[in-house]
Write a protein that binds this ligand. Sequence first.
Ligand code: FAD
Length: 474
Amino acid sequence: GSVLVWFRRDFRLQDHLALSEALTYCKKNKSELVFVFQLNRRFFQESENSLRLQYFMATVKDFGERCRKLGTELLIVEGDTDEAFQQVLKEHADAEAVFFNLDEAGYGKERDQKMRDWFKDREISVHSFQDAYIHGPNEVLKKDGSIYKVFAPYYKAWKQKDKPGVKKLSFDELGKYVRKTKQISKRAASEIEKLSGGSESMDWKIGEKAARSQLKHFIEQALANYPDGRNIPSVKGTSLMSRYLKTGTISPRTVFTAIAQADGEEDSKEAYIRELAFRDFYQMIYARHPETKNQEFLEAYRSIQWNQDDRMLQAWKEGNTGYPIVDAGMRQLNQEGWMHNRLRMITASFLTKDLMIDWRLGEEYFAAKLVDYDPGSNIGGWQWAASVGTDAVPYFRVFNPVTQSKRFDSDGEYIRKYVSELREVPSSYIHEPWKMSEEEQSKSSCMIGKDYPAPAVDHQEQRKKVINLFKNEK
Ligand code: FAD
């Protein structure tokens, strides 16, 4: 018989729970592995041609090539989930089991529940695993079974739990158990090629090998200085693991284990591991409270009247607010499909506090753009910045974009990289170019209001307004 392994966002052949359990099953029952990916258009209705989609599909394509080296095809099937699997069963009628790594939140969770019954009706046994997080949304709970709503006590409990180890898989052994099969639909397979943009430009950042070598590079070059380096956007101080964790080209267990076993200061390792725990925490909040996609976690702030200002929203999206650090962040997002964490905090704060625009619109924009888009972390990050989430920054502590800029990009290196209009502006003005005299503007080929916008709002004024907005809700 055959055993289906259904890949969703776990495109790797190492440390993969569903795959290693499927292999064990095949060895015992003398079955063959059949790999499946469902091309589900509901995941990318609005974002065709986006870097986010291209990145994801390029990963799928790359994974397909790895499967071919193993001696099999990653079967690409299109359509609704049951329709898609109908096509698979037509070709592989001897399927006796299906293995996959669970989605525990949102649409994926509903689909998994539905498909569980669908497979059972066809006498196909279902085997699913929590693989995408170090500790899944049901694993770190208070004694009474309820969830932690504050990160610090969650983290304390998270740390105390035994950590799952890395599951080694042998490529040669997998090769012995895969079914030599043909693609079912040439059309669906060529869709992947098309959606990936056919671009090789992102090559180094895609796939299992790239993920591992980037992790190694980070550990050797940047881990020791992570607690400080992670805040400076002009240096390569963070691990860039998010895109690989999102597509599952590396497992969180592999990342955790490599960091925990690395040489070096405990403080640096701890600072990094804490961020991995944040990823689990935000996923748990989202899985347990899916309504937070659209609703503030904190009840007190659910009826805030946010500004409706399409022109300002657009300026923010394009990186034309007149605040250099904010604009640099947004332009990095638009150009690369990724933004440094410090900038995610600054730009999110600017949208919600300085422009007083609804955090949901920001969350949506990031969702469409980020190659590492993860609903739990994105919603968590946005609600944190907007002071409406679990553990959020208190509403009266409003990020000052100029102070942030001076502190974390003191020479303006990051700003100049993304905001070309400001390249010749001297460092003494790079954070507040509107303070240049006309002569200085002319000398640095940057006339404010012409080459680069004047500030969209006055930060000090907006700060008072937004504090009042929140105060009145209380
Ligand atoms: P590193 O600093 O190397 O961190 C290592 C890993 O820890 C990351 O890959 C990530 O998996 C996890 N991590 C780090 N910081 C956080 C955090 N604050 N919350 C949750 N997990 C974290 N992260 C996403 O993966 N997807 C998102 O859609 C996302 N949206 C965000 C939106 C906002 C408004 C904010 C403030 C943060 C958001 N983050 C998101 C968290 C964080 O910015 C990114 O995980 C990080 O920048 C990724 O880069 P890195 O892998 O180099 O991070």
